[in-house]
Design a binder for this molecule. Sequence first.
Ligand SMILES: [Mn+2]
Length: 482
Amino acid sequence: MQRLWAPPSGLACGDGDPMGRRFIVCDGAELARLWARIGSSESEELTWVPREDETRARPPGFHALPGGLSADAITKLDPKSGDEFALISDEGPFVRAAVSAVHAAAPDAPVLVMSDRLDDDDLPEHPCLRRTGLRTQIRDDVDHEFAHLGNLHRVVELRELLGARDRIGILLQPDPDPDGIAAGLGLRAVLGRKSPTAPLISFGAITRPENQAMVQALGIDVRVVTPDELDEFDALALVDVQPNVFGESPPARVLSVEAVIDHHPERTGYDSIFKDIRVSYGATASMLIEYLEAAGLEIRPKLATALLYGIKSDTQLLGRDTSAADMRAFATVHQRHSPALLRRIERPALPWDGLRALGRALARTKIDEGIHLLVLGRVREDVIPQVAELGLQAEHTEWAIAAGTVGSNLVFSVRNVGYVRAAGEVVRAVVEGLGVGGGHRSMAKGIIPLKAFREVYGRADQKTISTALFEAFVKAIHEPKE
Ligand SMILES: [Mn+2]
């Protein structure tokens, strides 16, 4: 422990900036002892001001401020530029006297007031003062630790329940999304399994191009099963889903399962031995990250990338329905994820014919009224959203629309700069009476059957599509419904 009155030169560390000292000023022996028990840092000089009945108290490591609390006593500490003060008290008069004493002796020194009872209104004006609690700091950590313990308990329960089962089916919703897939991988890691004994299964294949990109980039296998094939499994764990999602009358096996881990509103009408449903969470992946952390398991880059992408896509990049828990979980996996893998998921490679279609569309491109419209002709569906992303990068673009023919449909993706009308609303207005569409603030997708398009516009060649879409978008963007 640092001796009080040690010369400042002895505290400088190396040739760089000398590390400032922290002067801790405690009001009374009780707070000084609490501070000593928490443990002080090397750079702290511990001082205290005895109360009337405390003249014989000796808080370990603390030295009484000579002559009590005054500007003189603070001056004798010889504060230098870079030093900081912490004033520890629950009494308004003590804190006010201490703040003004420090301010008089060291006008530039930052002041941290640690008090569990005082408010900002109880404190005097000071150019650089921060207030926080002392016991409440520890209290918050205690609550946090109990939350970890709760998660560890869930992991222990899951392992007791599923550890001895030969084959565990990790059942996701039909057409699984990134959150479900990532949470399924997380559960598998929690159980210490590999895919042969704990496969990810679903009643419907992955159809969305961006979700296919995720399983391709990360080498994840999701097996499509029939209800009869569920008999192969000794246990079923539902992740990011509850049985009611499997249709009007789900197979009997899924109405009585071993585990459900989900963030959707709790449904009834089924039994599960283990149940963890947290509606306030933006993603099931966040819950699994907490399990993994509580169990002290390493989260490898591939798993971290999947979990990060799961949270990102379920919360629209921490926008919609995000809780503080999602933010913490996101931060945890953000440190561990692989940016290269994430890029492969989010920016899948453009196929050659997609690139050529883009080249042709760019040759004709123009930006009018902030709208950048790229009509691609016949392309693979996953090319369309990528071209819309690219289109948004053009100068003066507020709206980028990429349209292409996929099968017997006209499919278009829309991106905008974010501060304009919501993309989802605009697309719904554009497709009204013709097809389907929707989306969010800054991204949306629409599908119009070519047959319906021809009925209205006569033909469906590139020029007609281009003119019709442009006019429909201008109308929808600039003439919102009442
Ligand atoms: Mn989800």
